[in-house]
Write a protein that binds this ligand. Structure first.
Ligand SMILES: *Cc1c(COP(=O)(O)O)cnc(C)c1O
Length: 395
């Protein structure tokens, strides 16, 4: 027996349980059509909502930043890693989000780790009040903090109220929620959350990873969508989805952001974002500031795709977002759909099954983007009609 044999065992077990992840490799840039395993396929499963990941202006901005500032930032932000580019992006993000200030992180994951790890600390009189379906990075941020948490049921405001009541005597309370839930495309009921937060004197933290570039005026996100800028204390976002680059941030009032600069561990202990990423992100924010054309195109495409699928009889759940869960319920059928879409129709779309979602709620998750054409999406609708009939799912 070798001392690493347990790894083989674990991998075998993952395969047996159907939880083994096979990684598909893209041979081209991110976009509406990509080459995967030597095959040109229609990409319906990336978060590149606005098609910015390989947009000419973004590429140019990255190259310009390399020429001016080099490739590496060279240090953590608090030592020698803060360049004027980082400050410019933070100022532009704050302005875009209509907040006083913003702090950058290396990713959205790090933003949640950094902010949640610092906002409530172990041993103090504080508690997280966390939504049941929050993203893994929120869960890890709360773990990093080590402070206690109570979990409220998905979208259930009665339960949130109950949980707030249970912790009403705790001095520092932070309600934390995803803005858009990534498996269903449904939205957190922020107006109600904010009202309860005021009643119970709790802070509010929203993860806007999927709202960014999609919801609100010019894609300013879910807080803008509900016009709650003064009521939500912390808006966390990512630069890796609609913005098409990499990086994360938290926006809020000046003192709150200054506190995170002093306390957030990934800000203090992991090197700054690279100049090309920052340059590219600045260009992405600039594109959205100037025009809402891409956001409108995204929504136009979303409505077209979702209407087409609903007309065929597919259940898309409660989505209010380009995230389009095509409900197939059965785990095996969802896997079969994904495989056959790829093999027979050249459509790259992911099956989402247990344990990512509850048993019996398996689905194909489609993500249209502003870069798709109507022909692309019509092709997807036709494929779902054809395959739905072939499998007997559609009558
Ligand atoms: C993708 C995602 C993140 C992580 O963002 P990255 O920039 O990819 O690290 C955090 N929260 C939610 C809800 C997400 O969907």
């Amino acid at each position: 027996m070798g001392k690493l044999d347990w790894i083989m065992e674990e991998l075998k077990e993952l395969k047996e349980k159907g939880l083994y992840i096979t990684i598909r490799v893209l041979e081209t840039a991110q976009g509406p059509w990509v080459v995967v395993n030597g095959k040109r396929v229609l990409n319906m499963c990336s978060n590149n909502y606005l098609g910015l990941a390989a947009h000419p202006k973004i590429k140019e901005a990255a190259i310009r930043a390399i020429l001016d500032y080099g490739v590496g930032a060279g240090a953590v932000r608090t030592i020698a890693g803060t360049m004027e580019l980082h400050i410019e992006l933070e100022e532009r993000l704050a302005k875009f989000k209509k907040r006083e200030a913003a702090i950058l992180f290396q990713s959205g994951y790090n933003a949640n780790l950094g902010a949640l790890g610092a906002l409530i600390r172990k041993g103090e009189n504080g508690v997280f009040v966390s939504e049941e379906l929050n993203h893994a990075s929120i869960i890890d941020g709360m773990r990093l903090s080590g402070a206690p948490k109570v979990i409220y049921k998905h979208i259930d405001m009665e339960d949130l109220k109950k949980k707030l009541q249970e912790v009403k005597d705790v001095k520092k309370k932070l309600i934390v929620t995803d803005g858009v839930f990534s498996m269903d495309g449904d939205l957190a009921p922020l107006p109600e959350i904010v009202e309860l937060a005021q009643k119970y004197d709790a802070m509010v933290y929203v993860d806007d990873a999927h709202g960014e570039g999609v919801l609100g005026d010019h894609g300013r996100g879910i807080v803008d969508h509900f016009k709650l800028h003064d009521e939500v204390d912390f808006e966390m976002g990512t630069l890796s989805k609609a913005f098409g680059v990499i990086g994360g941030y938290v926006a809020g009032n000046e003192e709150a952001i200054e506190y995170l600069r002093q306390r957030a561990r990934p800000f203090l202990f992991s090197s700054a974002l690279n100049p090309p990423d920052v340059g590219a992100a600045i260009a992405a924010v600039e594109i959205l500031q100037k025009s809402d054309e891409l956001v409108k195109k995204l929504w136009d495409n979303t409505h077209f795709l979702q209407r087409g699928l609903r007309d065929l009889g597919y259940d898309l759940g409660n989505t209010k977002h380009p995230i389009t869960p095509v409900m197939l319920y059965d785990e095996k059928l969802a896997q079969e759909f994904s495989r056959r879409l790829f093999e027979e129709y050249n459509i790259f779309a992911q099956a989402i099954v247990y344990p990512t979602v509850p048993l019996g709620t398996a689905r194909i998750r489609l993500e249209p983007s502003a870069a798709h054409t109507k022909e692309d999406l019509k092709y997807v609708i036709d494929a779902f009609e054809d395959l739905g009939k072939k499998t007997g799912f559609l009558k």
